[in-house]
Design a protein around this ligand. Structure first.
Ligand code: SF4
Length: 344
C-alpha cells in the first residue's frame, strides 16, 4: 500500500496530524515552563504522536533554553492516541507532557497539549453543503479541529441548519469529538451527520456504528468532500471472519497500553475456549505475532490495529465481536464496528 493509499484509507500513522500543510503549532511552552518551576522539576518527559516526533528535538531545545538544570527526555515509544501514554517515562519524570491529543482522562501528573490544526475549515464545509439536505444536521470532529468546533456550529446555524451535538462518554473530552474507536457523540437526533476532519477511517466507523445516518465527510486536510460508504469496509471484515471460521487455535491479545486494556473481555474469551491463549503485549504488530503458531487472533486492544493493519498479519485478526461470529456464537448479521468505551 502506498503512503497516499494508506492515508486515504485512514492509516493510523497518517491522520490529520501528518504534516501535509505547513502548520504552526502552539506547543504551549509557557504552560510547561510554569509547571516545571512550580514543581521545581528536575526531569521532564515529552511524548509526541508519530506524525510530530520529528518536532521533538526542537521543542526540547526551546525548553532547554528556558530551563536550567532540567533534563528533557523524549519518548521514543510509538504513540497513536491519548490512550497510549508512555507510562514508563511518566513514572520517571516530574513533569510529563503529552502532545497532540486531548485528554482521555484528566490527571495532575500529565500536561496535555492538544496541538490544534490551523487549517481553515469553512471552504470545505461550504463544498459539503451540496451533500446535505436542509434542516437537522449532526456535527462531529476530531481533536485536531476541536478549537474551531463552535465556529463550525455557528457557521451552519447561520445557513439555516439546526445543529445537533452532544458530548460522548467518558473516553471523549469534548462536545462533538469522535475517536477512531468511539462515536458516542454522534448519538444525536438527526439523519445526517457532518464530519469535519482528516482521513476516512473515523467517518467509516461512524457510518457503521450509525447505519441509519448519512455521513458527509468534509476533509480540510486532503481538501475533499465525500460520503462515508461502509460497504467495502464491511466486505473486508466479512472476508476476515470467513477466513477465521476454521481456526482451532486462537491467540487472544490483551494490550497493555494504559488506555487500551480490555482484560475482562480477553479473559472471557479464554475462559470459554480451551484452544484460546491469552497473549499480552503493548505494540501489536505483525512481526511480534509471527512466531506464534496460531490459526487466528482476536485483538481486544485498539480496534484500528485490527481493521487498518489486519491484512498485514500472517493470520486473520478479528475484533472481539467478529470472533463471536467466527466461532458461531453470533450470526453474521451481527457484524458491527468495534467501539471502545471507558478509560482506565
Ligand atoms: S484505542 Fe482509540 S483512541 Fe487509542 S489509538 Fe485506537 S482508535 Fe485511537
Amino acid at each position: 500500500m502506498s503512503n497516499e493509499e494508506a492515508r486515504s484509507a485512514g492509516d493510523l500513522r497518517n491522520t490529520g496530524l501528518s504534516l501535509r500543510h505547513d502548520r504552526t503549532w502552539d506547543y504551549e511552552l509557557d504552560r510547561i515552563v510554569d509547571e516545571v518551576e512550580r514543581k521545581d522539576a528536575e526531569k521532564v518527559g515529552l511524548q509526541f504522536p508519530e506524525g510530530l516526533k520529528r518536532r521533538g528535538p526542537a521543542v526540547a531545545d526551546d525548553l532547554r533554553a528556558r530551563l536550567d538544570d532540567t533534563r528533557i527526555m523524549l519518548s521514543g515509544q510509538p504513540c497513536y492516541g491519548a490512550c497510549d501514554l508512555d507510562t514508563y517515562l511518566m513514572r520517571r519524570t516530574d513533569v510529563f507532557v503529552h502532545f497532540g491529543h486531548s485528554p482521555m482522562k484528566e490527571s495532575d501528573s500529565i500536561i496535555y497539549v492538544p496541538l490544534f490544526s490551523n487549517v481553515d475549515v469553512e471552504p470545505i464545509m461550504q463544498e459539503a453543503r451540496d451533500e446535505l439536505h436542509d434542516g437537522d444536521v449532526g456535527l462531529v470532529t476530531t481533536a485536531q479541529h476541536m478549537n474551531q468546533f463552535e465556529e463550525m456550529r455557528t457557521w451552519l446555524e447561520e445557513r439555516g441548519y439546526t445543529v445537533h451535538t452532544r458530548r460522548g462518554d467518558d473516553r471523549l473530552t469534548n462536545e462533538g469529538q469522535v475517536l477512531g474507536c468511539n462515536y458516542a457523540s454522534a448519538d444525536i437526533d438527526a439523519d445526517q451527520v457532518l464530519y469535519v476532519g482528516g482521513g476516512k477511517f473515523h467517518p467509516l466507523g461512524l457510518a457503521m456504528e450509525h447505519p441509519e445516518k448519512n455521513v458527509v465527510i468534509a476533509d480540510p486536510v486532503n481538501n475533499a468532500v465525500s460520503i462515508a460508504d461502509a460497504e467495502q469496509f464491511l466486505k473486508e471484515r466479512y472476508a476476515s471472519v470467513h477466513k477465521a471460521m476454521d481456526a482451532e487455535q486462537w491467540g487472544v491479545i490483551f494490550c497493555t497500553k494504559i488506555g487500551q486494556g480490555r482484560f475482562d473481555q480477553a479473559e472471557e474469551i479464554v475462559e470459554n475456549n480451551d484452544n484460546a491463549y491469552l497473549i499480552t503485549m503493548d505494540e501489536v504488530t505483525p512481526d511480534r505475532l509471527m512466531n506464534f503458531d496460531m490459526d487466528a487472533f482476536v485483538n481486544t486492544g485498539c480496534p484500528r490495529i485490527t481493521t487498518d493493519d489486519g491484512p498485514q498479519f500472517h493470520k486473520p485478526m478479528l475484533t472481539p465481536g467478529e470472533y463471536e461470529i467466527a466461532v458461531g456464537n453470533k450470526p453474521l448479521e451481527d457484524l458491527s464496528f468495534d467501539t471502545f468505551h471507558g478509560t482506565w
